[in-house]
Write a protein that binds this ligand. Structure first.
Ligand SMILES: *[C@@H]1O[C@H](CO)[C@@H](O)[C@H](O)[C@H]1NC(C)=O
Length: 116
């Protein structure tokens, strides 16, 4: 019985430490649909600012590339994409050094075609 309570306590502690070390990926402007040449800012918002999150993405061409590695400009805890292109379409997420991942956001960039 005693061991069970210790295990429960350990379980609770691990749950608590997980929830305080969570990041949320937010997209600004708040949308998942963009047009070519739009400006997008992605940021990893965290409870523990010392955690050090990396913004990564999977696109149809590349997997798990991080902001600044061929795409985006790191700006503090944010990553800015000055001009979006259809090739920026993909899944974006924040990842900690320990491998913890945030929510995932699917962005789609389309070419705006004007009617003739
Ligand atoms: C990104 O691509 C890798 C390799 O295909 C895959 O293992 C991983 O699950 C993908 N991640 C997301 C968030 O889609």
């Amino acid at each position: 019985m005693k061991e069970t309570s210790v295990l429960c306590l350990l379980f609770l502690i691990s749950l608590l430490s997980c929830s305080t070390n969570q990041a949320r990926l937010t997209v600004s402007p708040s949308s998942s649909q963009f047009f070519q040449y739009d400006f997008v800012s992605l940021s990893c918002e965290e409870d523990d600012s010392s955690a050090g999150w990396t913004l990564r993405r999977n696109t149809s061409k590349q997997e798990r590339t991080q902001c600044g590695d061929g795409w985006g400009t790191p700006a503090g805890s944010s990553c800015n994409i000055r001009y979006t292109y259809p090739s920026d379409s993909g899944v974006y997420w924040c990842e900690s050094r320990e491998g913890t991942v945030s929510n995932m956001v699917h962005l789609t960039v389309t070419v705006l075609t004007l009617p003739d």
